[in-house]
Design a protein around this ligand. Sequence first.
Ligand SMILES: Cc1cc2nc3c(=O)[nH]c(=O)nc-3n(C[C@H](O)[C@H](O)[C@H](O)COP(=O)(O)O)c2cc1C
Length: 177
Amino acid sequence: MKVLVITGSPHKNGTTAALAEQFIAGAKAAGHEVTRFDAAFKQVHPCIACEKCHTADAGCVFKDDMEELNPLLFAADAVAFVSPVYYYTVSAQIKAAIDRFYANDAALYKGKKAVLITAMTDDTMESAEGPNATFKGMFDFLEWENSGILNAAACSTAADLENTEYPKMAYEMGKSL
Ligand SMILES: Cc1cc2nc3c(=O)[nH]c(=O)nc-3n(C[C@H](O)[C@H](O)[C@H](O)COP(=O)(O)O)c2cc1C
């Protein structure tokens, strides 16, 4: 399978980067081909709802790094979204890329697996409720198969992952796709 990992953190060595690496290692161990798009290090303009993507043939008016992501998205059999929780949802960086799916949502419909991985400081699940609801709704809307959600609670930094099961859980998520 072709697996696309979209990350949302500006921390190159942060909590979610460590979880993304484990997920990727698991997916590769299962023989999957993995590509990665680190949204926080790309130029992705937020959607401005101009509707040109749905009314003209030229696609989205913004010709930015979505031109790199779109072919990866079309080709992917599975998409993993990996983001820190920012104010009870995912980061703006990953959300900007997701909103731009709007230009191609007919082409993205059906036929993909999807997973969500988040990390957060909260030691309860309260901060995960927003992102989990968002992604469950999005996977339902796109008719993508929900292949799992992992929320790493009480993890403010990558060091907090030590002595937790979260890295192993991320690895197993990748492996069991
Ligand atoms: C702008 C901002 C907002 C945050 N909001 C929340 C939040 O709502 N709930 C929470 O539990 N943690 C919150 N955090 C903490 C991060 O989710 C946490 O430190 C995470 O491990 C960072 O992951 P990263 O290193 O991959 O970026 C926030 C951090 C930042 C910088």
